[in-house]
Ligand binder design. Structure first.
Ligand SMILES: Cc1cc2nc3c(=O)[nH]c(=O)nc-3n(C[C@H](O)[C@H](O)[C@H](O)COP(=O)(O)OP(=O)(O)OC[C@H]3O[C@@H](n4cnc5c(N)ncnc54)[C@H](O)[C@@H]3O)c2cc1C
Length: 386
């Protein structure tokens, strides 16, 4: 049985970054992934993810985001891949909406550059938008998008270059943490290590069911439409990423046309009216007519120029906690185990910094960044025997 310093379970967005940071620091790392690199069965696929700093969810995320940006830029330099497109981001809604108010709060508390736009200014600067009368916008210049599949591959490639042993199409069947370290069993072998980092994405409810953290998996869809008058008004040099707080249950968001005239324009619901709780095994992976129609209703209300025709779509999974904050820290009931899960549909932009944080926790048991929002014990007692 080969011995490692750290085993990383799951090499999606978070696990690929963690393996990279660990290997760079000289740890002997084993990464285990049940599918192929940058696959489309979990949460880290679909070509683009929003990245932004004026974080409406909570100002405590901002220091993590500033570090995430530094690390994404470093990964671009090291890998030679273009991972970010930072053409600005527009957070829209009524002045009291969570999206506008919360973004402003983070911008002010952290001194982040931003502009407040009236509806008339939104329509003048970005003529394809036609939002309802009481809409205002917060425009932040450093927002944009990150490319998840390219970024997963870049982290994996850097991990391998630093000596990590990464194994794909190998399902972890069980793990235990008795004695001085951990033992992990797959169908192909048994491995031991001093520490285990579990980054299982939507497989968290099953793999971490003894942790006492109430995470639920939700089906989401990403759709691409062809704009009515062509992609001109949606090109990245004149169209930002955006989130529109339509009401408390509907937040459509989208991207510029980063894949040229034929690629269409991607749009989705960040938060959508009807939750569809599922598992990675039971989820309906087809894109249905009601998915298209429900998003189209919102498109007609604020971005009618996009209603030119449905092109294609894909499904993806959120792993959601009750307070929509992440779960990152020591497993409450198991020694030598660190968890990173429950990223609640807004985790991708943090993968670079979460890789660093999870590596710090695995090696040193602490990180200089404030993780108090993410405490795995905040939902009460863990059910595992300690
Ligand atoms: C539709 C959609 C839109 C999103 N938009 C944004 C956005 O705009 N901005 C943003 O910041 N975030 C966004 N997110 C959220 C973000 O993508 C996720 O938070 C992030 O990708 C989660 O990464 P992860 O590593 O936790 O999960 P994953 O990338 O799914 O990785 C988990 C990995 O663990 C592996 N695994 C699980 N169990 C086992 C096992 N037993 N053995 C071996 N391997 C195993 C899985 O195969 C998988 O590869 C979005 C998510 C979706 C679905």
């Amino acid at each position: 049985m080969k011995t490692y310093d750290v085993i990383v379970l799951g090499l999606g967005g978070m696990g690929s970054a963690t393996a990279c940071h660990l290997a760079r620091r000289g740890s002997r790392v084993l990464g285990l992934e049940q599918f192929t690199p940058a696959h489309d069965r979990g949460s880290s696929h679909g070509q683009t993810r929003v990245i932004r700093q004026c974080y409406f969810e909570h100002p405590s995320y901002v220091p993590l985001l500033l570090r995430a940006y530094e690390l994404w830029h470093a990964l671009e330099r090291e890998s030679g891949a273009e991972l970010l497109v930072l053409g600005g981001g527009l957070m829209m809604g009524s002045p009291e909406s969570e999206v506008v108010r919360g973004s402003l709060r983070s911008a002010v508390e952290h001194g982040l550059p931003h502009e407040l736009l009236t509806r008339a200014e939104i329509c003048r600067r970005f003529p394809v938008f036609d939002p309802p009368p009481d809409t205002v916008g917060l425009l932040e210049p450093h927002a944009g998008l990150v490319r998840p599949e390219l970024a997963v591959r870049a982290h994996l490639q850097q991990a391998t270059a630093s000596g990590a042993d990464l194994r794909f199409e190998e399902v972890v069947e069980s793990w235990s943490s008795e004695g001085p370290g951990v033992t992990v069993r797959t169908r192909k072998g048994t491995y031991s290590a001093g520490h285990l980092v579990v980054t299982p994405g939507p497989w968290a409810p099953e793999l971490l069911k003894d942790m006492g953290v109430p995470v639920a998996v939700e089906r989401q869809v990403l759709l691409w439409f062809q704009p009515k008058g062509g992609v001109g008004g949606f090109m990245p040099d004149r169209f930002p990423i955006y989130i529109w707080h339509e009401d408390d249950h509907r937040q459509p968001y989208g991207f510029p046309a980063v894949d040229g005239p034929e690629g269409g324009v991607k749009i989705a619901f960040f938060r959508k009216p009807a939750r569809e709780v599922c598992t990675p095994e039971t989820v309906d992976r087809r894109v249905r007519d009601d998915d298209i129609e429900s998003l189209r209703e919102s498109i007609r209300r604020f971005l009618p120029a996009l209603d030119g025709g449905f092109l294609r779509g894909t499904t993806c999974l959120y792993t959601v906690t009750p307070d929509l904050n992440f779960v990152v820290g020591p497993h409450p009931g198991r020694e030598h185990v660190t968890v990173g899960c429950g990223f609640s549909g807004h985790g991708y932009k943090f993968c670079s910094v979460m890789g660093e944080v999870l590596a710090d926790l695995a090696i040193h048991g602490r990180t200089p960044l404030d993780l108090s929002l993410f405490d795995p014990q905040r939902f009460g007692q863990c059910t595992a025997g300690i």
